[in-house]
Design a protein around this ligand. Structure first.
Ligand SMILES: [Zn+2]
Length: 1123
């Protein structure tokens, strides 16, 4: 027993020596000689260690004094040296020693307060550097020492603060947090966390908030304990108290801390209930509204908004069923799949919400977490989705159907057998020159001069058209007669009156009003529409100016969300007046009496299902789902009338499904004003302010999400004012292009055809809805019926084009229109193109979808671009027969040189292509096969490369040539693999705008889209030169003139981009929660950490941070591809 004492005494004397040495070294010299200081500390440390081990029965007073001295020195040394010295201290086992001293000291009946204070201060300082401190503290029992110390000294702020700081480090460990919860730490915290007073606005308070935050962050038991202890009202009361008293905003850290606690506690269902019961929504709403004016309080507002959105009770979409409002009875239903499910759904089943759709805990950790899970899934599927099966990757012609079966398709290729005997070639030249007097304008995106656009106004008897008469009559009745006239022209608009229509014949050579009405009459829709929308009737003349991408204002989404929350807080202010579009017209009378807006979408491609007036000038709109489906809402097209001039209306489309949208990135919806049209400006214009797209509080049933529970819909919100009284306006997702428009355009093209052009329009097949699917053949007439000329004619390579398999992608039709107009045009380039190729074009693969306002599917309720592998002749006739055409060609050794399917892309900018490359797929998928061994012709790259050089909207960087598993039944992949077309593409055009090239910063318009279609043709000519089929050197100059730009060098390698959505690296903004307070977070984190310990550790989780959950929320959507 003597020996240890001796040793410790000896040790103590050495400590004395060291201390003396240290005393000699003034602070000044210590800085100068850090090496010396380190030596001394190291020795000191060793001494403490040995002492700790041996001194069990040392003279308390004296040793405590010594220990205190040492602790003081250590403290000073560690403060001076910052992180590095703390690191040394931890690595030498310093924290273990401190804990041991703590345990020993605690064994005394009255532990020395000063010693405890120093020990905890030091632990708080070095703790964050020691990853294992939490475990050590638990194993040694120090955890309980600290918590008991706090319990006994609640009033002793000086002592409690360092203890809390240490506790905070401890509770970052999950097991500790559970243990602390069990030993009453939460109750204890609520004794410290008190209402505002100048006195308690201290570090201790803020620190307690932080510890509490961590305690209830993870183990659900602690959150539960907090709720069951009745502390949710306490937290709310505390927050409100601090909000009211902290008038100078000096303690936002504390306020944020309290919100953080609320946020964690509302992660569980019990907490959300308690929050709602304690009037949390109103408290946070009111306090946030008061904070709105102070920009520095944004983190508080955002944190509050996050909590409120989480606790917002999920509402039911105000519909009896989410099944499409219109039903088309299928004769054949496949045995399985979503359509079969839809058909087998027993009547009476509620498909709008799930039974217990009360914000399940499983999904509601925070609302962004749910999205993160999806994102992870995406990342996984992104890698998993790459085709790795070499056999599937090798483009092999799969033994196609027997020739006997395909022979019937011969009739679609008459040009390959026709001999033109008896055809008068002589007359063709004369009639062609006569034709050139009225040329088809080659579409370019060059903005025409304004005087070119002044349209003549001519009178046209609207009475000729019974289809339109009805609409006009109703509208004038609604306008109230005498109210008419602000714009002059509409005075004459009335029943049976003459309607002034814009004469756009020169600007729109393919448009003809009467012809359009004729076409509509032959179009068969499921709801049997009888009305014609004015924009489709008058036509659209692209504006003379380019429309810039809309700059998003700060806080737009937040203010919209706050308005949504107001619905809950002030339910009496909500009108909730429903306008359904059933045949009854009572709502019409009602809306006239109440001067509310009138909605209509009973025309081709229209798809509004329901409108609900929420406030005087605010409407919730519900889109119809695709026929035979219970979802796919994105495309919209509807009519509005009965508006007041100069009033700003807010429209919310509340059943959107995708988790992000280009509406968050500068895209505006389109509006068409009839008053503007009859005043000579018939055009769709980008309209709307305060546009945003965010997750809302309407629950989405698992029936519609493919089994996923707890999902919400999204709101697309925009505001707009109307400038004409008694106007009829239309809103649309993108420039509409109806099936009737296509038929009209084709008919006009045929009528305007020059004799040297070979144009044939066949009906490929009938659709399910009884509409015909046109197939066009375009080439040049043979020069004569000499066998040489006929031979050249027949041997021209084929180009196969298709578009609009997805009805919501109207941009694809505008690109196709550009292609067709160019092809049929009078230019020398077009003539050469026709002489070089035979074009086979299916301009609309999904007429039924287009007619009925679907977004993605056909009447079979299926995505037709997922049926190419095995199309069903009954359910997918257009795909079945288009594929057969290609199979026929493959069989006769005439497989096309290029296949391209035009699409629209909803979440990316620019125009780009997807192709198929074996090598690039293997390279991306890291299959062991060395991709170097594989021989692959790089021909597939030529066309997109040319396009990137000549088409301003086209971006090579967005192209991808990877074959994905999820795309194995798309046109592109099947035509590549089964038909053996190496140049098989999907061309995607943005619905939004461009972020590169000449159109950078602008939204895309029909002029640019049509130009894209024309440039595609030009690119085919250049491709022809490259493939060396013929040489037309003289065309080079012409081509350059048309292009207007020197080819730029594009050498960027293509990356593997998700073919869907906003790529995650492009626009890294989280608009789903809009917590733009990252900067503030950093400050806050630093402040919180500075209150306790060193900050450079990174091992203590960043406290009170919302950003951790939001950081990844903008990542791209789950794979629901657009192609
Ligand atoms: Zn598509």
């Amino acid at each position: 027993m003597n020996k240890p004492k001796m040793a410790s005494e000896k040790g103590n004397s050495r400590v004395q020596i060291l201390l003396t040495q240290l005393e000699k070294m003034t602070g000044d010299s210590m800085v100068r000689d850090p090496e010396m200081a380190r030596q001394i500390t190291s020795k000191l440390l060793h001494l403490i260690q040995t002492q700790g081990k041996r001194s069990r029965k040392i003279n308390t007073t004296r040793d405590i004094q010594t220990i205190l001295n040492i602790l003081c020195i250590l403290s000073e040394l560690l403060t001076l040296g910052k992180g590095r010295r703390v690191g040394v201290f931890v690595s030498k086992g310093g924290t273990a020693v401190l804990l041991r001293i703590l345990i020993n000291a605690n064994k005394e009946f009255h532990p020395n307060e000063e010693l405890m204070l120093h020990l905890h201060s030091l632990l708080a300082k070095v703790g964050p550097k020691d990853r294992k401190l939490g475990v050590k503290a638990r194993l040694t029992g120090a955890l309980h020492v600290t918590i008991n110390l706090i319990k006994k000294n609640l009033q002793n702020v000086k002592l409690v603060l360092p203890c809390l700081q240490v506790l905070r480090v401890y509770s970052a460990n999950l097991v500790n947090a559970i243990a602390l919860g069990k030993s009453g730490a939460i109750d204890m915290m609520f004794k410290i966390v008190a209402p505002y007073s100048k006195k308690n606005a201290t570090n201790a308070f803020s620190c307690a908030c932080n510890s509490l935050y961590l305690l209830i962050l993870h183990p659900e038991t602690n959150a539960r304990r907090t709720v069951e202890g009745g502390y949710v009202p306490t937290l709310l009361a505390l927050y409100l108290d601090w909000h009211r008293n902290d008038t100078w905003h000096r303690h936002t850290v504390i306020r944020k801390g309290l919100l953080g606690c609320l946020r964690n506690v509302t992660n569980i269902k019990l907490g959300r209930r308690a929050f709602t019961k304690a009037d949390g929504m109103r408290i946070l709403y009111n306090s946030s509204t008061e904070c709105l004016s102070v920009r520095t309080l944004d983190p508080l507002v955002n944190a509050s908004s996050l909590i409120m959105r989480k606790c917002f009770p999920k509402n039911r979409l105000p519909l009896p069923t989410i099944k499409s409002a219109f039903h088309y009875q299928l004769e054949h239903v496949l045995a399985s799949g979503p359509v079969a499910q839809l058909y087998s759904q027993p009547p009476g089943v509620d498909d709008v919400v799930d039974e217990s759709d009360d914000n399940e805990d499983t999904e509601a950790d925070t609302e962004n977490d749910t999205e993160n899970e999806e994102d992870e899934k995406d990342c996984r599927s992104l890698n998993d989705d790459i085709e790795k099966d070499i056999n599937k990757l090798n483009p092999q012609k799969i033994p196609s159907r027997p020739y006997e079966e395909l022979k019937v398709y011969e009739k679609f290729f008459m040009e390959l057998s026709q001999d033109f005997q008896g055809f008068n070639f002589g007359s063709s030249t004369t009639s062609s020159s006569a034709q050139s007097a009225q040329p088809i304008v080659v579409p370019t995106a060059q903005v025409p001069s304004p005087n070119h656009v002044t349209a003549r106004i001519s009178a046209l008897k609207a009475t000729q058209s019974p289809l339109l008469l009805e609409g006009i009559a109703i509208r004038c009745l609604a306008g109230g007669g005498s109210d008419c006239g602000s714009e002059g022209a509409e005075d004459e608009v009335g029943e049976g009156a003459v309607l002034e229509v814009p004469d756009t014949a020169q600007l729109l050579p393919l448009h003809d009003l009467d012809l359009y009405v004729e076409m509509v009459k032959g179009t068969k829709s499921v709801p049997s529409y009888t009305e014609v929308a004015y924009p489709d009737y008058f036509g659209h003349v692209a504006p003379t100016y380019r429309e810039p991408l809309l700059e998003r204002l700060y806080g737009v989404q937040r203010s919209k969300i706050f308005q949504d929350i107001e619905r809950l807080i002030h339910p009496n202010d909500i009108m909730d007046k429903v306008f359904s579009f059933s045949s009854d017209t009572s709502f019409l009378v009602d809306s006239i009496l109440n001067r509310s807006l009138r909605f209509n979408s009973q025309f081709e491609s229209g798809n509004l299902r329901k409108a609900i007036q929420i406030r005087k000038y605010e409407y919730d709109l519900i889109l119809n789902s695709d026929i035979n489906s219970n979802h796919h809402h994105q495309w919209f097209y509807f009519e509005v009338s009965g508006m007041r001039v100069g009033t700003t209306y807010r429209f919310n489309i509340i059943n959107c499904e995708k988790s992000n949208s280009q509406f968050n990135y500068g895209m505006q919806p389109l509006m068409y004003s009839v008053q503007e049209a009859i005043s000579g400006r018939p055009c769709w214009v980008r309209t709307g302010t305060d546009i945003c797209y965010y997750k809302n509080h309407f629950a989405r049933s698992s029936i519609a999400t493919g089994g996923q529970k707890g999902k919400s819909y999204y709101t697309m919100s925009f505001s707009t004012a109307f400038s004409h009284k008694d106007d009829v306006c239309y809103f649309s997702y993108h420039y509409p292009y109806t099936y009737s428009s296509l038929k009209m355009h084709l008919s006009k093209l045929e009528a305007l055809r020059a004799p040297e052009i070979y144009l044939r329009e066949d009906v490929l097949c009938e659709t399910l809805g009884g509409n015909s699917c046109p197939l066009l053949t375009v080439t040049a007439m043979p020069e004569s019926n000499s066998s040489d000329h006929i031979c050249q004619f027949r041997n021209r390579p084929l180009i196969f084009l298709s578009a609009r398999v997805h009805p919501g992608e109207t941009n694809a039709s505008w690109v196709m229109k550009g292609t067709l107009e160019f092809l049929m045009g009078p230019s020398l380039l077009a003539a050469t193109l026709r002489e070089s190729y035979i074009f086979k074009i299916v301009p609309m693969l999904n007429p039924d979808g287009v007619i009925n306002g679907n977004h993605r599917c056909s009447l079979s309720g299926e995505d037709l671009n997922r049926q190419w592998q095995n199309p069903n002749p009954e359910l997918h006739p257009t795909i079945y027969h288009t594929k057969s055409l290609l199979q026929y060609l493959a069989h006769t050794q005439r497989a096309p040189l290029v296949f391209c399917d035009y699409h629209g892309h909803s979440r990316k900018k620019n125009v780009f292509m997807y192709g198929c490359s074996l090598k690039e797929t293997i390279w991306q998928s890291n299959i062991s096969t060395a991709s170097n061994d594989i021989e692959e012709d790089l021909a597939y790259r030529a066309l997109p490369k040319i396009l990137s050089q000549i088409a301003p909207a086209f971006s090579m960087a967005s192209c991808s040539f990877v074959v994905e598993r999820s795309k194995e039944s798309t046109a592109r992949v099947v035509v590549w693999r089964e038909i053996g077309v190496q140049r098989s593409y999907t061309m995607e055009s943005t619905v939004c705008g461009c972020d590169q090239g000449k159109y950078k910063g602008f939204q895309i318009g029909t002029r640019e889209l049509e130009e894209m279609g024309a440039q595609f043709c030009v690119a085919l000519l250049r491709l022809k030169r490259m493939t060396g089929i013929h040489s037309h050197q003289h065309l080079l100059d012409l081509e350059s003139d048309l292009i207007g730009t020197q080819p730029k060098v594009v050498s960027c390698p293509t990356t593997y981009v998700m073919d869907e959505d906003e790529p995650s690296f492009l626009e890294a903004v989280d608009y789903s929660a809009e917590s733009n307070d990252e900067d503030t977070e950093v400050d806050l984190g630093a402040a919180a950490a500075a209150a306790s310990a060193t900050t450079d550790t990174g091992e203590v989780p960043e406290l009170l941070s919302d950003s951790e959950n939001n950081r990844d929320a903008w990542k791209s959507e789950p794979v629901t591809s657009s192609q």
